[in-house]
Design a protein around this ligand. Structure first.
Ligand code: MG
Length: 193
C-alpha cells in the first residue's frame, strides 16, 4: 500500500494555456467544461495540456486505488492557483472514471505552508488531512513522489521513491483551447435546451 504525490506544473502537464481561461467552481458551466476538456484530452487529437502519458495512466491509478494498493493521491504544487489545480484534479478524476481520484491538492500558499520548499513533513500532513490518518502512522517508506524539479528534503527522505521526470511542455495555446471550449459549450447548450 502506497501514497502517491504529484507535482503539478510540467509534471502532470503544461497549464500555461489555461491560466486566464479555466473555469472556477462557481461557474454555472463548470461541470460541462470539466467534461468537454476531459473528453478532448482523452480523444485522438488532444490539446496535450495534460501530459498524454498521464492521461493514459489515470484509469490504472483508479483501479489501484479501488483495490487499496494506492491509499491516497495528492497534488503538492508551487503553483499559486488553488482553483486551477482543483480544476485539473477534477478533469483527471473524470478521465479516470472516479471523481475522487485525487484526494487533496495544495498550492503555494496553502494554509500552513511556510516556503516553496517541498517537505515530507508537509506531504504527510496533506495525506493525513485527506485520509484522516494520524501523521505518525504514515510511513515515509510508503510515499512516492513525482516532480520535474529537485526538492532536497523529498529526495533525501524518499530516496528512490522520488521520481524526477523531464519537464513536460505543451504546444497548446490559450486561444485554441478557449475557442474549442466555448464552441463545444455552445453546441452542448443548444442540444440540452
Ligand atoms: Mg514542476
Amino acid at each position: 500500500m502506497v501514497y502517491i504525490g504529484f507535482d503539478f506544473d510540467q509534471t502532470l502537464g503544461d497549464f500555461e494555456s489555461l491560466f486566464t481561461i479555466f473555469p472556477t467552481k462557481d461557474s454555472p458551466y463548470y461541470e460541462d467544461i470539466v467534461e468537454i476538456f476531459a473528453q478532448k484530452e482523452m480523444s485522438r487529437k488532444p490539446f496535450g495540456v495534460i501530459d498524454p502519458r498521464i492521461v493514459k495512466l489515470l484509469p490504472s491509478l483508479k483501479i489501484l486505488k479501488q483495490s487499496g494498493n494506492i491509499k491516497a493521491i495528492v497534488i503538492y504544487s508551487n503553483n499559486s492557483s488553488y482553483e486551477l489545480i482543483s480544476f485539473i484534479a477534477d478533469v483527471m478524476g473524470y478521465i479516470a472514471g472516479d471523481r475522487n481520484l485525487v484526494d487533496k491538492v495544495a498550492h503555494l500558499t496553502y494554509p500552513g505552508r511556510k516556503s516553496p520548499a517541498k517537505t515530507v513533513q508537509f506531504l504527510k500532513r496533506l495525506i493525513s488531512e485527506a485520509k484522516g490518518i494520524p501523521v505518525n502512522r504514515i510511513d515515509t517508506k510508503e510515499i512516492y513522489f513525482m516532480d520535474d524539479q529537485l526538492h532536497p528534503d523529498l529526495i533525501h527522505k524518499l530516496q528512490d521513491r522520488y521520481r524526477k521526470v523531464d519537464s513536460y511542455v505543451s504546444e497548446a495555446t490559450a486561444t485554441e483551447v478557449s475557442q474549442y471550449l466555448s464552441q463545444k459549450l455552445m453546441s452542448k447548450q443548444k442540444r440540452t435546451r
